[in-house]
Design a protein around this ligand. Structure first.
Ligand SMILES: Cc1cc2nc3c(=O)[nH]c(=O)nc-3n(C[C@H](O)[C@H](O)[C@H](O)COP(=O)(O)OP(=O)(O)OC[C@H]3O[C@@H](n4cnc5c(N)ncnc54)[C@H](O)[C@@H]3O)c2cc1C
Length: 457
């Protein structure tokens, strides 16, 4: 990074700028996934919109590579780059809830906890993911699936407007009314088109939920998966259950005899009226009694952070995903084989439902294409010990290769590693060409290229 650009940057921004050689830089260059070890030339911690604009202007002028960071949770580590400049929005965390219009405006540095803790005090929530420390920026711009998805859609389906800094440093708004083509591209196209500084979401009416995990012995996994694939799509949309293979954490509230045992389970979340819980769970109760159950009424924010302690920042992660519409018997056979080989305590496989409200939007209405999927599969190798990196990576890749033939062909963009252009095309399907057009219009020089890149050339 040229000296002159350094000087200009530090003089222009209100936020801090970190350079190699300082202890702060060593902390700031880290992202959630410890497998990512990159060294940018500088990291700017933006404190406001002006800082973002100044950073983009300087980087554009000096032709610096730029990585954008929100929550830093991206598995492929797209919130940091080697050389170049990291534009980190994590200090920008203002949330403003408007109870009259039932909307929530959140700056792009918010985590899901920042967003929904504020929204909950007004009896609202914005659909987001299953770990509260994930950034809303990367999550929303890729999709955003989670406990409220069957009832209220993806995070991006609840986006009403975005404030955006484009590659030339200009500021625009994107919504159905203004720059609607950009708004289309932002809803699934990730960080390809500009830096979103603020999101305006529709607030969904959510307060107490009835939620928690049920676990069964692995010997019942075939029966559970066969039951789940049939019953899950027929349940009321207020009831969401993601399927998991997991090893039981060695501590309370789990009974000691289950500690470290590989099991299968479903994490349920019911967002309808609590009076209706017994009726909604009737088909669930008709299945075999679980070996362990920890369900009950709780605030939505408690559910959102229920698994945070298992997955703190700094573990080594490798993951792969795919969308699926069916889970045939042959796929179940492969699932069972790889479940038995779960390589570490935190490694897991989840099937996240993406039916219900998600499927009522057309596949070309937003850049997010897989409206016909029923589940988003993610196979995740995780461990705190770097010595296990190869083990978790190989298990994930082998598991994914065995399951991929039963998928719809593409993955949720936020569950992708660096998997090449064909995979990106498979993710967007017939929306890809329009995304290229939008990239030519809004970022023709491919200034924003540290992402699942839509190449304008
Ligand atoms: C533990 C864990 C749990 C997860 N659970 C879920 C889940 O339940 N549901 C789900 O949908 N996803 C989930 N994810 C995936 C998550 O959506 C992605 O990792 C997402 O990229 C995280 O966003 P972030 O802002 O934290 O990422 P970052 O690493 O900060 O950013 C990732 C990329 O997003 C883009 N980006 C970030 N901020 C901006 C911005 N302001 N403007 C433009 N582009 C930007 C950039 O391209 C950037 O490189 C999970 C991830 C983890 C690690």
């Amino acid at each position: 990074m040229p000296q002159e650009a350094y000087r200009e940057l530090t003089a222009k921004v209100r936020g801090e700028v970190f350079f190699p050689g300082s202890a702060e830089y060593e902390v700031a260059r880290k992202v959630y996934n410890a497998m990512i070890d990159r060294r940018p030339d500088a990291i700017v911690r933006c404190s406001n919109l002006e800082d973002v604009k100044a950073s983009v202007n300087i980087a554009h002028q000096k032709r610096l590579k730029v990585a954008i960071r929100g929550g830093g949770h991206n598995g492929a580590g797209l919130g940091v780059c080697d050389q170049g400049l990291v534009i980190d929005l994590s200090p920008m965390k203002t949330v403003r809830v408007d109870p009259t219009s039932r909307t929530v405006r959140a700056e792009a540095g918010c985590t899901q906890a920042d967003l929904n803790n504020a929204a909950q005090s007004f009896g609202m929530a914005v659909p987001a993911g299953v770990i509260s420390t994930t950034g809303i920026a990367g999550l929303t711009l890729g999709g955003g699936t989670g406990y409220l998805t069957r009832k209220y859609g993806l995070a991006l389906d609840n986006l009403l407007e975005a404030d955006v800094v484009l590659a030339d440093g200009s500021f625009v708004k994107a919504s159905d009314k203004e720059n609607s083509d950009l708004f289309w591209a932002l809803r699934g196209g990730g960080g390809n088109f500009g830096i979103v500084t603020s999101f305006l979401f529709r607030g969904c009416p959510v307060d107490q939920v009835f939620a928690g995990p049920m676990l069964w012995e692995l010997e019942h996994a075939r029966e559970l998966l066969e039951w789940y694939r049939e019953v899950s799509p027929t349940l009321p949309e207020e009831l969401y259950g993601f399927f998991a293979f997991l090893k039981v954490p060695p501590g309370p509230p789990f009974p000691e005899e289950l500690h470290r045992k590989t099991m299968c389970g479903i994490v349920w979340a019911y967002c309808g009226a609590l009076d209706n819980v017994p009726e909604a769970f009737r088909p669930v109760r008709a299945f075999r009694e679980p070996k362990f159950e920890l369900t009950g009424p709780m605030p939505y924010t408690a559910l959102q952070s229920m698994f945070d302690a298992i997955y703190p920042s700094g573990d080594y992660w490798y993951w792969r995903g795919d969308f699926v519409a069916k889970i045939p018997d042959e796929a179940i056979k492969e699932h069972l084989k790889f479940a038995e080989q779960l390589p570490t305590l935190k490694s897991t496989m989840h099937l996240y439902p993406v039916d219900g409200a998600v499927s009522r939007i057309g596949r070309n209405e937003t850049a997010f294409s897989y409206r016909d999927a029923k589940w988003s599969t993610v196979i995740v190798g995780v461990d705190p010990d770097p010595a296990n990196t190869e083990k978790i990576t190989n298990w994930t890749k082998d598991y994914w290769a065995a399951l991929h033939p039963y998928s719809l062909g593409g993955a949720y963009v936020n569950f992708m590693m660096d998997e090449g252009l064909d995979r990106i095309k498979a993710t967007y399907r017939d929306n890809y060409d329009r995304l290229v057009e939008m990239k030519r219009k809004y970022d023709p020089e491919n200034f924003f290229r540290v992402n699942q890149n839509i190449n304008p050339v």
